[in-house]
Design a protein around this ligand. Structure first.
Ligand code: S3P
Length: 435
């Protein structure tokens, strides 16, 4: 149990900080580097749990990865001839991205052979049929329990046929798994999604030399391509920054500048939502090559409730727990809808946030696809019980830490270490910003 103390009325959050590198981009970089001919240089690869699980799995597929700790650079010796049948089960820990993308990659490698993939209990309970089914429709050979809808899953590499696929869920993990699977397909792949999801795979495939084209904001076309090694620089993770942005808004007299954050428009919905709630954000883009990068300054703001839903949801999918906390402090009601995907993340995040907010003394209604939250208009949280649980979920652990700053009394958090999945040193960083 970790004891979390509230801030007193004289304390605030102030400073200039860097956030851990983006875990979506990081995991893609090491997977694509494994497929690419030559040595890929990856700058700023994160130490967090998920990227490290994916890195280990790629090493267990026979790929040599050298680390230069001085300049935080990885050198990945990629190429199809280097990928070998693993001698043991690949363990992806908590990482849905690592699991689904590596499954897709292996499913489309004709002469690769056999591999089994598994993960922790959260990953083993997550839906895999959504990725297995479209892969199988293109000729993939995937086997597993519950009719191959749950990990562990086994795959035998095969050449897929390409063609047209319309995804039923707006999910970058599904889209990416299919794109990777079709790099060596016999025909091009035309892929549609119901709403735009993050496009890091498309941007990175282009950087690795793939013949890929965004047809419109919902469809992408990939022609079979051999990837070539390149250099990837990983920006700070906007999903990690989101916790600091909300903390900066909610803690009185605060000002935080977050440096070198990824500002890919398929991820910046959080900035739009916070701005419509009344947040004082200053955004300065510093580079636009490939993935846009910049600095964000946040100052204490008086927030108001809003309605959040529709096609914006995939853009803010990982930020919804901390946005729900922002809503709990805002003035008036916030309605979050069309967010049923939150039920199949690392935990059921609608249920988890409903429990956390209820325990914080907030009036909240859990609906099938969202939450209805009555904001406290910046009055402190009065916890009903001082025991909170991270629910085995990194984003819930970090949300509770931010909530604790604004409570009337200290609280205890069970499972604080889950934050390491995406943001090691999160608790220390918040404490260091406290003046
Ligand atoms: C991710 C996509 C999202 C997100 C996850 C990371 C990715 O999942 O929730 O944390 O790296 O592609 P879905 O694609 O399943 O929505």
């Amino acid at each position: 149990m970790k004891l979390l103390n509230p801030l007193n009325s004289k304390q605030c959050l102030k400073g200039q900080i860097e956030i851990p590198p983006d875990k979506s981009i990081a995991q893609r970089s090491v997977i694509l580097a494994a497929l690419a001919e030559g040595i890929t240089h990856i700058q700023n690869f994160p130490q967090a749990g998920d990227p490290q699980s994916t890195l280990k799995a790629i090493e267990n597929l026979g790929i040599k990865i050298e680390a230069n700790s001085q300049n935080k650079e990885l050198m990945v010796h990629g190429g199809l001839q280097n990928l070998k049948e693993p001698t043991d089960i690949l363990f992806l820990g908590n990482s849905g991205t690592g699991f689904r993308l590596i499954l897709g990659m292996l499913a489309g490698l004709r002469s690769f052979g056999f591999a089994s993939l598994t993960g922790d209990s959260s990953l083993r309970s997550r839906p895999m049929g959504r990725v297995v089914e479209p892969l199988k429709s293109l000729g993939a050979k995937i086997y597993g329990r519950a009719n191959a809808t749950k990990a562990p899953l086994s795959v035998i590499g095969n050449q897929l046929k390409g063609g047209s696929i319309s995804l039923k869920v707006a999910s970058a993990q599904l889209k990416s798994a299919l794109l990777l699977a079709c790099l060596n397909a016999s025909e091009p792949l035309l892929l549609d999604e119901p709403a735009p999801s993050r496009n890091h795979t498309e941007i990175m495939l282009k950087a690795f030399g793939a013949d890929i084209e965004q047809v419109n904001n919902l469809s992408v076309k990939l022609k079979p391509s051999q990837l070539k090694a390149t250099t990837i620089n990983i920006p700070g993770d906007i999903s990690g920054a989101a916790f600091l942005l909300v903390a900066g808004c909610l803690v009185p007299n605060s000002e935080i500048k977050i440096m070198n954050i990824g500002l890919n428009p398929s991820r910046t919905g959080i900035l739009k939502v916070l701005t419509s709630m009344g947040a004082h954000l200053q955004i300065e883009q510093t580079s636009s090559a490939g993935e846009p990068i910049g600095n964000i300054t946040v100052k204490t703001s008086s927030l108001k409730g809003i309605e959040i839903g529709d096609s914006l949801i995939p853009n803010i999918i990982d930020e919804l727990p901390i946005l729900a906390l922002a809503a709990a402090m805002a003035k008036g009601k916030t309605i979050i809808k069309n967010a049923e995907e939150l039920r199949v993340k690392e935990s059921d995040r609608l249920k988890a946030m409903s429990q956390v907010l209820t325990n914080l003394g907030v009036q909240v209604e859990e609906t099938i696809d969202g939450l209805i939250i009555e904001g406290l208009n910046h009055k402190p949280f009065q916890p009903k019980s001082n025991i909170f649980s991270a629910n085995h979920d990194h984003r819930i652990a970090m949300t509770i830490k931010i909530a604790s700053l604004l409570c009337t009394q200290p609280i205890k958090l069970e499972g604080a270490e889950w934050a390491n999945i995406s943001f090691p040193q999160f608790f220390e960083l918040i404490d260091n910003l406290t003046l």
